[in-house]
Design a protein around this ligand. Structure first.
Ligand code: ADP
Ligand code: MG
Length: 586
């Protein structure tokens, strides 16, 4: 007997990743090794060469930042190498490690491995970034059934929960590193995405960085240099800044403790006071940057704020009062708060899985999406008597409902011109130089003749947000065709195989031991808080724990673990056992 293939829905976030399955007619989140559902998108490579992902890696970031890497989703599609513990990785490879960790969690939960996945991406992700996301899935051994826009997934989750009435909804998704706005119309079971806009380098981390930059300034350091000069101090201070940012949800004044060069915050540590009003002043520029994509999305949907019935808040950063107030001011009342901003995208990804499988539970739900950016080619313009190249001819305009296929006809410039290179771009600017180049299509064997021979260029944009370009020569009937694989991570079959093998070589730290590793990192972090005898005692406790952690004496280990947990409790630093996402040391 063979089991049916298992498809999972994955929210592969900049900060946190989640995995959901569709079960018994509804989506369910898969717990990770720590019992939580948010897995920090952080990867660490231990001295042993083993890979750690998630909470344990996030905690190691404080004590050993050189061995950990976070926020790599920001580098998707850029092809650059990221150095981690002396090895080089691409963002797609690091993302694949996060996905592999989620796969392990599914195995532990359901007793079998998923075979394929629906993975969400920010709507504003470009072609290269989407391809890298698919690649990450494949490197993790998953067939990627669909790449879905995050706000669209959020909309699906919403649509699944409310299937009555007509309304216009704006999805406001502010995550750790990206900002997306989507406007949609909900009519009974039909969700129609009207427009999408966003910024791929704006998120909650930028708010943390504002606090961090301010605090570094207060102690006479410059943000731009400090990370290189004082990595441990910065890692710890960033943690303090993150904590402060979250506390502004509950209090008007927060205290940041200033670590020393080694990242320690002893009893005599200096502290800095930051008021909510000052924090909001620091963030004014960021708030201004949120305004533009919102306006663009509304313009794209041809709607005004007075026609928006509700705002769906998505992403952890929308928990900040300053953001809620910003949205409430625009909407004229408080945005809805029915769905958990951290979970809604993952739930939606699982609903998408059910839609693809024609699951009866979502049977009547229909959804349409749009292409969030303009796609086109480079053309030459005749300006007066001059021929100037470098101009952009849009072929698919942004916010066109997908899937879509559009054609434009271009002409050869010179007599007897036998070849044309069609340069393909994505973006909104009038000149191609300001847009993103996606690739080229070479048209050859154009029959000899005068200038002005026709070439029909057709763009097809599918549900995954992937583009196919075709050129057709009416004179000969010849067709030229490309699916854009020239993207930074376009790998042919052989390269793919080699890349897969490379990634498989990396051994994961045993899942059953993850929490033990996390306890080690946590205890090591706590050492930094202590001085004198207390510090020495804890260090001794950790030494014993660490020595049995790597031994095969599991019974002895259980005892030592209990002892260390007790010691931490006694010291006033209880180990958070079921972190729901990012647990603080507060
Ligand atoms: P992503 O989709 O990028 O993975 P998330 O939706 O998980 O991001 O949001 C992560 C961001 O939300 C981080 O910048 C984090 O600091 C922020 N965040 C989470 N909880 C809170 C909170 N209670 N207050 C303020 N910011 C928060
Ligand atoms: Mg997100």
């Amino acid at each position: 007997m063979t089991l049916a293939p298992l498809t999972v829905g994955i929210d592969l976030g900049t900060t946190n990743s989640l995995c959901a399955v569709f079960e018994d007619g509804k989506p369910r989140l898969v717990p990770n090794a720590h019992g939580g559902v948010l897995t920090p998108s952080v990867v660490a490579v231990l001295k042993s060469g083993e890979v750690l992902v998630g909470e344990a890696a996030r905690e190691l970031r404080l004590t050993d930042p050189g061995r950990t890497c976070a926020m790599f989703k920001r580098w998707m599609g850029q092809g650059r190498k990221i150095e981690l513990a002396g090895k080089e990785f691409t963002a797609a490879q690091l993302s694949s490690l996060v996905l592999r960790s989620l796969v392990e969690d599914v195995k532990a939960d359901l007793g079998r491995a998923p075979t394929s996945a629906v993975i969400t991406v920010p709507a504003y992700f470009n072609e290269h970034q989407r391809r890298d996301t698919r690649l990450a899935g494949e490197l993790a051994g998953l067939r990627v059934e669909r790449v879905v826009n995050e706000p669209t997934a959020a909309a699906l989750s919403h649509g699944y929960h409310n299937s009555s009435g007509i309304s216009n909804l704006l999805v406001f998704d502010l995550g750790g590193g990206t900002f997306d706005v989507t406007v949609m119309e909900v009519f009974e079971d039909t969700l129609e995405i009207l427009s999408s806009a966003g910024e791929s380098h704006l998120g909650g981390e930028d708010f943390t960085d504002k606090i961090l930059a301010w605090a570094l300034g207060e102690i006479g350091l410059i943000f731009e240099h400090a990370e290189v000069q004082q990595p441990l101090l910065v890692a710890r201070l960033r943690d303090e800044a993150e904590r402060a940012k979250r506390l502004f949800g509950e209090q008007d004044q927060v205290t940041l403790r200033v670590p020393d060069e080694a990242g320690n915050v002893g009893h005599g540590a200096r502290s800095l006071e930051l008021g909510a009003a000052h924090f909001e002043e620091l963030c004014e520029g960021l708030i201004e940057r949120l305004r533009k994509p919102v306006e663009r999305a509304l313009r794209g949907a041809r709607l005004g704020w007075d026609q928006i019935d509700d705002v769906l808040m998505v992403g952890g950063a929308t928990r900040m009062p300053i953001i809620r107030r910003f949205v409430a001011d625009l909407l004229g009342r408080a945005p809805q708060a029915k769905l958990d901003p951290d979970l809604v995208v993952a739930y939606g990804a699982a609903v998408q899985v059910a839609l693809i499988a024609d699951n009866k539970a979502v049977g009547d739900l229909v959804m349409t999406d749009v292409c969030p950016f303009t796609l086109g080619i480079e053309v030459t313009k005749e300006l007066g008597r001059r021929e100037v190249d470098g101009y952009y001819l849009p072929i698919i305009h942004r916010n066109t409902t997908v899937p879509v296929s559009c054609e434009e006809v271009v002409y050869t410039l010179r007599p007897n011109q036998t070849t044309v290179t069609v340069a393909i771009y994505q973006g909104e600017a009038r000149r191609v130089g300001d847009n993103i180049k996606l690739g080229e299509l070479h048209v050859t064997d154009i029959p000899h003749g005068p200038a002005g021979q026709e070439i029909a260029v057709r763009f097809t944009y599918d549900l995954n947000g992937l583009v196919e370009v075709e050129a057709y020569l009416p004179a000969t009937g010849a067709k030229f065709h490309t699916v854009l694989t020239q993207g930074v991570s376009g790998l042919d079959k052989r390269a793919m195989k080699a890349a897969l093998k490379d990634m498989q070589k990396l051994k994961f730290y045993p899942r059953d031991d993850l929490d033990n590793q996390r306890l080690l990192s946590f205890a090591e972090g706590t050492v930094k808080e202590l001085e004198g005898e207390m510090r020495a005692a804890l260090e001794a406790g950790i030494d014993v724990y660490e020595s049995v952690l790597y031994s095969s004496d599991r019974e002895g280990f259980a005892m030592m673990r209990a002892q260390l947990l007790q010691q931490l409790r006694d010291l006033g630093f209880p180990f958070p056992t079921t972190p729901e996402g990012e647990s603080g040391r507060d």
